[in-house]
Design a protein around this ligand. Structure first.
Ligand SMILES: NC(=O)c1ccc[n+]([C@@H]2O[C@H](COP(=O)([O-])OP(=O)(O)OC[C@H]3O[C@@H](n4cnc5c(N)ncnc54)[C@H](O)[C@@H]3O)[C@@H](O)[C@H]2O)c1
Length: 279
């Protein structure tokens, strides 16, 4: 039997999505996922497409997004399963630009005739001691992480004529302070509250709006922690489940929030953090 320390030293990675249910009602729907050229967003796109959803993955890094869309399309075409397969196409978007998000939402409708799901996943995670945070860092973080979410929700809501679901990416950092990350923490707290504001107003149009609040997930965004044994240990000390999450482990919660199983759930932030919001 491994000890707690051994588990912490070897956080491991949960591969695959065996734990995620199928949600056949998602097949044939159309989704936009921002920040999809890597990390959690790429796994969201794959997890939706293998369940029959037509996905537009959009990112500011257009070259990488195009390559990822091809890789995901190949993955989806060879995935096992009985549900009709969906598709993945790549697009460019800078979420800071309301006009670009409008064009992205229109692209979904022009291409597939409808828009059902919108996932505001793009985000940045800059660092600076609170007393020295440059004004540009605050502006940039709020522009991507908060304005980007609002512009995305506005663009999506204007095209979701038959209702729909919007999911925003918050963070455990919305409710737990992370030293050196004041701009990020505040931006994610804003996302959590914005999710509630959007849910109240967009409920009139049959649109549900929820958020996911991950803890430490194994992506490029947390590479700094994974590459530094002391930082990793410190991070794991705040995780009751004693390991980082994998991007695949965020997919099941997304599917739930998009699915009919959550049809009476709106304005909620779902923590997917191994319990770290309690530590
Ligand atoms: N990884 C974690 O531990 C963790 C924890 C909590 C919350 N989150 C949140 O989950 C989301 C995804 O995180 P990740 O770990 O996959 O991050 P990541 O850094 O691997 O990916 C973020 C993606 O967003 C894109 N992006 C950045 N600015 C953009 C812009 N202006 N327009 C369009 N795209 C832009 C990047 O190019 C990148 O592909 C983020 O919102 C992040 O804040 C992540």
């Amino acid at each position: 039997m491994t000890t707690i320390l051994e588990r912490a030293e070897n956080p491991g990675r949960v591969q695959g999505e065996a734990m995620a249910v199928q949600h056949p009602e998602l097949a044939g729907k159309v989704a936009v996922v921002t920040g999809a050229c890597r990390g959690i967003g790429a796994r969201f796109a794959a997890g939706l497409a293998v369940r029959g959803v037509h996905v537009i993955g959009a990112d500011i890094d257009e070259t990488r997004m195009t390559a990822m869309a091809s890789a995901l399309a190949a993955e989806v075409s060879t995935a096992a399963g009985s549900v009709a397969r969906g598709s993945v196409m790549g697009a460019r978007v800078d979420v800071r630009d309301a006009g670009e998000q409008e064009s992205l939402a229109r692209l979904a409708v022009e291409r597939f005739g409808r828009l059902d799901f919108w996932v505001n996943n793009a985000g940045i995670f800059p660092e600076a001691p609170v007393i020295d945070i440059p004004a540009e860092q605050i502006s940039a973080t709020l522009a991507v992480n908060v304005e980007g979410v609002l512009f995305g929700a506005q663009a999506a809501a204007r095209q979701m004529r038959a209702g729909g679901v919007i999911v925003n990416m918050a963070s455990v950092a919305a409710v737990r302070v992370r030293r050196g990350r004041a701009a990020y923490c505040s931006s994610k707290a804003a996302v959590q509250h914005l999710t509630e504001c959007l849910a109240v107003e967009l409920g009139d149009a049959g649109i549900r709006v929820n958020a996911i609040a991950p803890g430490f997930v194994d992506t490029e965004m947390t590479r700094w922690v994974q590459d530094d044994p002391a930082a990793l240990q410190k991070a794991l000390d705040t995780v009751p489940l004693h390991r980082l999450g994998s991007p695949e482990e965020i997919v099941g919660p997304l599917l739930f929030l998009l699915s009919d199983s959550a049809r009476y759930v709106t304005g909620h932030t779902l923590a997917v953090d191994g319990g770290s919001r309690h530590v």
